[in-house]
Design a protein around this ligand. Structure first.
Ligand code: SIN
Ligand code: CO
Length: 359
């Protein structure tokens, strides 16, 4: 993290020795065909790029060179993928996005491009040649015209590495890269969330304003001192002051921004749904469902877009649940009655699941 994170690329040979692909190509084909899964099929035949957004009912023949299928959010669908993503929790969960997987036939790839976020590229099967270059967001704008995918027109690779199964390449945002399958291969990418300032502000201000339970919302504009005017087009100064005050109060409301941020960060992705369960059986531990997003700050715990005030021992245990994604039966026994009821509710909602003998 100190030397490379957001600074410079890092190649780690055998970062994950003996790694197994979290899916077979047959399972991947099934996922790509599903409405609930985000997927893309990209090919380059005779020098012509083509992109098809999923669901992809039928993939191309495995014997045909030059195509790739990419499945986003694999961690939401498969426990093995969630486990692989969990190995990257040395980065705060708030920054982790998802695990994507690509399958390619010989020569397949998405072409030279750059991403605006960090990425760990893990070779999970076969070989892929990665060519990378510094030229990124700041220096290059020229894209291949008419191509259905964003491709750098004048990609100038500075380094290249052939990755074997188990090898991993980290790239900071904006580094140009091009991965070309050397024979049939599979690559996982750990993607990150890197919010733009305006985008985050929009989301948070929207949440602050939608929350009409706050005291600061409950005041209507009044102007008993408004005299008759001969300049009706002019915005009254008093109305501007009221507007500024309303906005500032929303931001200054104690813990409101903290709440909005935690709820936004843990909001499940659009296509995520949970299978409802039962209350937690006595004597069992729990684990967070693979789709659950849980975080905390000094005053709250956040789970799947909801916030809860927590303090003392309950807060400490809920933080363990967020950090470890599991709580043992012994830890559960130490929860207050209220916190235990909450855990039951989460179990019924399918946000956490009973497990035997955790830790
Ligand atoms: C791939 O897996 O082919 C593409 C991954 C990436 O470039 O981010
Ligand atoms: Co990329």
């Amino acid at each position: 993290m100190r030397r490379h994170w957001q600074k410079k690329p890092l190649l780690v040979r055998q970062a994950l020795p003996g790694v197994q692909p979290p899916v077979s190509r047959r399972q991947l084909a099934e996922l790509a065909a599903s409405e609930d899964v985000e997927s893309r099929l990209i090919s380059r035949f005779d020098g012509r790029w083509a992109l098809r957004q999923g669901p992809v009912a039928k993939l191309l023949p495995y014997s045909k060179a030059g195509w790739t299928v990419l499945v986003q959010g694999l961690d939401l669908h498969l426990p093995e993928a969630r486990e692989l993503l969990d190995r990257f929790r040395f980065v705060p969960e708030a920054r982790l996005d998802d695990l994507m997987i690509s399958y390619a036939t010989d020569g397949g790839g998405v072409g030279p491009h750059f991403d605006s976020y960090d990425v760990f590229l893990i070779q999970v099967q076969g070989k892929r040649l990665w060519r990378i270059g510094r030229q990124g967001m700041a220096t290059s704008g020229a894209l291949v015209e008419g191509a259905p995918v964003k491709l750098l027109a004048d990609f100038e690779p500075e380094q290249e590495f052939e990755l074997d199964a188990g090898d991993m390449l980290y790239l900071p945002p904006g580094w140009a890269h091009d991965g070309i399958a050397v024979g049939e291969c599979m690559t996982c990418s750990v993607g990150f969330r890197t919010p733009w300032r305006a985008e985050l502000a929009r989301e948070l201000l929207q949440r602050l304003m939608d929350d009409d339970s706050r005291a600061y919302q409950n005041r209507m504009y009044s102007d008993p001192k408004q005299p008759a005017t001969s300049a009706p087009g002019e915005v009254p100064q008093q109305l501007l002051d009221f507007a500024r005050d309303a906005t500032e109060r929303a931001l200054k409301e104690p813990l409101a921004l903290e709440r909005a941020l935690g709820e936004a960060l843990t909001e499940p992705k659009p296509r995520v749904w949970f299978e409802t369960g039962d209350v937690l059986p006595a004597g069992m531990g729990v684990a967070l469902d693979r789709r659950s997003r849980m975080m905390y700050d000094r005053a709250h715990v956040f789970l799947n877009g909801e916030s809860y005030r927590a303090a003392g021992r309950d807060a400490r245990l809920m933080r363990v649940l967020a950090d470890q994604r599991a709580l043992s039966a012994k830890e559960i026994a130490a929860l207050s009655k209220g916190a235990r009821e909450l855990l039951d509710q989460w179990c019924e909602d399918g946000w956490v699941q009973p497990v035997a003998g955790t830790r």
